[in-house]
Design a protein around this ligand. Structure first.
Ligand SMILES: Nc1ncnc2c1ncn2[C@@H]1O[C@H](COP(=O)(O)OP(=O)(O)OP(=O)(O)O)[C@@H](O)[C@H]1O
Ligand SMILES: [Mg+2]
Length: 256
């Protein structure tokens, strides 16, 4: 059964149809690749799913509940996490504090309650720190926990953004170009990590990525957008040999 269902999603920016009647589903535990040339509408899909953009028409349901009426924080609480194409860590905060911010979106007391330092809050804080450190360990960032996030190389900032998103314990994680700026070794490690998230945590992942080896290598299914429309959908192998997809990528290479 579909965990996430997107139906007939359309959104315009002035005269531009950024998404036109886009429909797709993601099943629980599935890795869905979302690809397409620059400007195809991939990040726009994520911005609608996370409540940052309100579509002109269409429906989005997550675990059977409509998301379109919900604010971004409410959507996050329902279990949809994300990272951004332009990595958005809190640069002046330490690596550990970046993850704690993600955790606090989940804790009852919250950041301001923590200032009161009631015993229960202190206990929650300790548990939160331990969880945050465990996540950093998992992402190979434990050695830089105390450093300023803005000083990390891009590859590590990207992993930190994933750690922060995971801290909120999402059921579904949207990754916008997670391999952007990574070297081949880092990209390989990232692929393994994404697959492990699915296998070990049963996360549902939607991965936007221009690195075709990565996206075709890990995705169960792939959805292809072009000028805001879905032009193909299927197994990686089918999609990679689909004439409409090849045409879309060749055409956009000629434009560039
Ligand atoms: N807030 C906005 N205001 C105006 N136009 C926008 C806005 N957001 C996106 N667009 C436009 O919508 C289209 C789709 O953009 P989007 O960022 O979703 O593409 P993308 O597939 O993520 O591309 P890329 O691979 O380059 O990241 C583009 O033409 C973009 O300029
Ligand atoms: Mg984008």
């Amino acid at each position: 059964m579909a965990l996430l269902r997107v139906e007939d999603l359309s959104i315009r920016f002035g005269g531009l149809a950024a998404l036109a009647e886009v429909s797709f589903e993601a099943a629980e535990g599935e890795i869905l690749g979302l690809i397409g040339p620059n400007g195809a509408g991939k990040s726009t899909v994520f911005n609608v799913l996370s409540g940052l953009y309100r579509p002109d028409s269409g429906r989005v349901t997550f675990a059977g509940e409509s998301l379109l009426e919900l604010a971004p924080h409410a959507i996050a609480r329902r279990g949809i996490g994300r990272t951004f194409q332009n990595t958005e860590v809190f640069r002046p905060l330490s690596v550990l504090d970046n993850v704690l911010v993600g955790l606090h979106s989940r804790l009852r007391a919250g950041l301001f309650g923590a200032a009161l330092w009631a015993p229960r809050v202190a206990r929650e804080e300790r548990a939160a720190r331990e969880r945050a450190l465990a996540l950093l360990e998992r992402l190979g960032l434990a050695d830089v926990a105390g450093l300023e996030a803005g000083g990390l190389p891009l590859g590590r900032q990207k992993r930190l953004e994933m750690a922060r998103a995971l801290a909120a314990e999402p059921r579904c994680l949207l990754l916008d170009e997670p391999a952007g700026g990574l070297n081949p070794t880092e990209t390989r490690a990232l692929m393994d990590f994404i697959v492990r998230l699915r296998d070990e945590l049963r996360l549902t992942l939607i991965v936007v990525e221009h690195d075709m080896d990565l996206v075709m290598g890990i995705s169960d299914r792939v959805v292809v957008l072009h000028y805001g429309r879905k032009i193909a959908e299927g197994q990686p192998r089918e999609v990679a040999t689909d004439p409409a997809v090849i045409e879309a990528y060749l055409g956009s290479a000629e434009d560039a």
